[in-house]
Design a protein around this ligand. Structure first.
Ligand SMILES: Nc1ncnc2c1ncn2[C@@H]1O[C@H](COP(=O)(O)OP(=O)(O)O)[C@@H](O)[C@H]1O
Ligand SMILES: [Mg+2]
Length: 315
């Protein structure tokens, strides 16, 4: 296996005529970790990856593998495994498809059955790709990226189209690739899709960096809340109203938009309400993600300022 090397994106911008798809984007991706490249549809993920892989030219800025552009890599397939715009000849079998690329890159043919086994497609090796499901095509793309046993993997929405079993499988698989020391960059428009398998996140919205760093730091942005329960929920609701606290009903109790349980407890005390539970809860991860990227569809997100590198960025 080739050594994992960092991916470095610096001041990257890409304009398509009037559309700015990527806007002064900077981030790094470390070896030995799975990094989720996240953002709503249209955020600029695929464009960033296409620039990184030399498929389109940057308007400005750079995207490199440890300082080397993709097109300057001596042995690209053995350095970076990437599956973008996967185009399969429908008449070819999975095995034939991979053999074509192996031959072109001077990779021993013995690698073909090896990678098909790794992605769980060995029993379909001789089957024509035209009859493959979306999930099987995703696995075949992954097999292709592994042909050269590269230290870096760049995967665009690899979980899209997988069935639940496939999703469980790919999560563990990506983690095992990172544990071997590889750099693993995986894009997704859904945090929930990757949150169980990523160590780090790079979040973009409208082509700009919103946040990057370990997944565990994501919750910092959204305020914790207080969970409160009473044997007499009606009186509790009245006490919360009386104190001017915002809340929503949740199961047997209420979630109060107040980080300090002491203030909620005091409101109950003032109202003479018995409590059966009172504690703080962290904001949900998906809530944090959505509050960071906005809804992604509308123009402008009030109150959302992109966090710039060198500014308040987490890492
Ligand atoms: N070849 C292109 N020509 C014009 N606009 C493009 C092209 N590719 C992408 N875009 C635009 O750039 C923006 C980002 O797209 P994309 O990188 O595909 O986002 P994502 O992968 O995050 O969904 C979108 O507004 C999209 O319409
Ligand atoms: Mg995309």
């Amino acid at each position: 296996m080739a050594a994992g090397i960092p991916i470095e994106v610096t001041g990257l911008s890409k304009r398509f005529g009037p559309v700015t798809a990527v806007d002064d984007l900077s981030f790094t991706v470390q070896p030995g970790r799975v990094t989720g490249f996240l953002g709503p549809n249209g955020a600029g993920k695929t464009t960033t990856l296409r620039v990184l892989l030399g498929l389109v030219r940057a308007s400005s800025g750079t995207a490199t593998f440890g300082g080397t552009r993709y097109r300057d890599l001596a042995r690209p397939l053995e350095t970076v495994g990437a599956a973008l715009d996967a185009n399969f000849h429908p008449g070819r079998s999975a095995k034939q498809h991979l053999a074509v690329y192996a031959t072109a890159a001077g990779i021993p043919k013995s690698r073909v059955p090896a990678v098909l086994t790794m992605v769980g497609l060995s029993e379909f090796a001789g089957r024509r790709v035209g009859g493959f499901s979306l999930g099987m095509r995703q696995r075949l793309s992954l097999a292709y990226t592994l042909l050269g046993d590269p230290g870096v993997l760049v995967l665009d929405e690899p979980i899209n189209g997988l069935d639940p079993e496939g999703i469980r499988w790919i999560r563990g698989f990506l983690q095992s690739l990172a544990k071997e020391g590889r750099t693993v960059l995986v894009s997704s428009h859904l945090l929930s899709e990757v949150q169980q398998s990523v160590d780090d996140v790079v979040i973009i919205s409208r082509g700009r960096l919103v946040r990057s760093g370990p997944l565990s730091t994501l919750q910092i942005g959204a305020a914790p809340r207080t969970v409160v329960e009473s044997p007499d929920p009606h009186r509790l609701a009245a006490a919360l109203d009386q104190a001017g606290l915002e809340y929503t009903e949740e199961g047997a109790g209420f979630i109060v938009e107040e980080p300090d349980p002491g203030r909620v407890g005091h409101a109950a005390f003032v109202g003479g309400v018995e409590l059966s539970a009172l504690h703080q809860v962290a904001a949900g991860l998906e809530d944090s993600f959505l509050s960071l990227v906005g809804d992604g569809g509308s123009e402008g997100t009030p109150g959302l300022e992109p966090v710039r590198v060198g500014g308040g960025e987490v890492r």
